[in-house]
Design a protein around this ligand. Structure first.
Ligand SMILES: *Cc1c(COP(=O)(O)O)cnc(C)c1O
Length: 351
């Protein structure tokens, strides 16, 4: 049973939020009559075209149920079983996918690189790629980046270009985990194309669930050859939706209206408001630059426990620890202020 004092909204994760009105309305719009299944319907075709428009380039588009499937199947399509994938030590593919990238690629190994603020350091990537060249080591074949990152930071386009240079020098493919890609686009104010195709990204997993969809991540192959037979891979993995129109429709709803970007910008804005309020509190230490919709802070254990007792939910195990406070497409500024008010009270008590 819900306690009456439990806050209506949480700052635990952007997937605590429901569907945005644009995605919800689009579901109703396509819920008419009979349509061919498995992505053969007109809505899916239209959604794919919208992505090509948005990214200003030809691309192959697929819809899968979640981000783990999107990432691991995309990576599997870039790699043979004897290959390796360079990613950040804190990457979701490494820490939160239960070995799915290794499983679906039949054994491709993740090589863990370093870098400040959750971002790959090109020198660390290069070192991993070049440290061995013999037959006894899995051959590096792809680099996986997360944008925005697991620590709520954002790669600039210059940083993406630097990673691309390394990839190009060594003939590696580039995968982008874009569970929060929209937040990065909103934060940087650049076009989706500038942050992907123009930086050499071969495949983007574009997240919808954390930005107002119920489910359904889009996998966009800018490297058209890599998309060959991807549909079979999805089907075999149990990731081919028979009523695909309902995945595609939600995307259409947010793409046609521009809501995908508006919602992400709103989430980023709320996180900026939260950051500003937290900066006023000398006891609270911000852990990373707040660049998208997450704020990481160090709080005393007793204060964390007290906030949890007040009904606030948030994670303390993500990245390198600390409290992760995440804003969503529908976060109210009142929620942010209510959290900060409770935090202030608890900090005072703890002193
Ligand atoms: C949420 C998230 C995903 C996708 O997770 P699923 O629960 O499988 O949908 C992928 N990458 C990052 C960085 C995420 O935060």
């Amino acid at each position: 049973m819900t306690h009456p004092d439990v806050p209506l909204q949480q700052l635990a994760s952007d997937n605590y939020a429901g569907l945005c009105p644009e995605a919800l309305a689009a579901l109703a719009q396509v819920n008419h009559g009979h349509e061919p299944p498995y992505g053969q319907d007109r809505w899916t075709a239209e959604a794919c075209d919208r992505f090509r428009e948005l990214f200003e380039t030809p691309c192959e588009v697929f819809f899968v149920f979640n981000g783990t499937a999107a990432n691991s199947l995309a990576l599997a399509s870039l790699c043979q079983s004897y290959h390796s994938i360079v990613c950040h030590r804190l990457a979701h593919v490494e820490t939160d996918e239960c070995g799915a990238p290794e499983f679906f690629s039949h054994g491709a190994k993740l090589l863990l690189a370093e870098g400040h603020d959750g971002k790959l350091d090109p020198a660390s990537v290069e070192q991993l790629i070049t440290k061995r060249g013999d037959i006894h080591y899995p051959k590096p074949k792809a680099i996986s980046l997360t944008q925005s990152t697991e620590l709520g930071t954002v790669y600039t386009s210059a940083e993406l270009h630097a990673i691309h240079q390394v990839a190009r020098r060594h003939g590696l493919k580039l995968h982008l985990d874009g569970a929060r890609f929209a937040n990065a686009v909103a934060a940087l104010g650049l076009t989706p194309r500038a942050l992907t195709v123009d930086c050499g990204v071969d495949v983007l997993c574009f997240g919808g669930a954390k930005n107002g969809l119920a489910l359904g991540e889009a996998v966009l192959f800018f490297d058209l050859a890599a998309a060959e037979e991807f549909a079979y891979r999805c089907k075999q993995a149990g990731q081919l939706a028979s009523k695909m129109r309902f995945l595609a429709a939600q995307w259409l709803g947010v793409l046609k209206t521009g809501a995908w970007l508006r919602h992400a910008a709103h989430a980023n804005h709320c996180a900026a408001v939260l950051e500003a309020a937290l900066r006023e509190l000398p006891e609270v230490e911000l852990m990373f630059p707040r660049q998208a919709n997450a704020v990481f802070v160090q709080l005393p254990e007793t204060v964390i426990a007290a906030l949890h007792r007040r009904g606030w939910r948030f994670y303390t195990f993500i990245g390198v620890g600390g409290a992760r406070l995440m804003c969503a497409w529908d976060t109210h500024e009142e929620t942010v202020h209510a959290f900060v008010a409770d935090l202030k009270t608890e900090l005072r008590i703890a002193q």
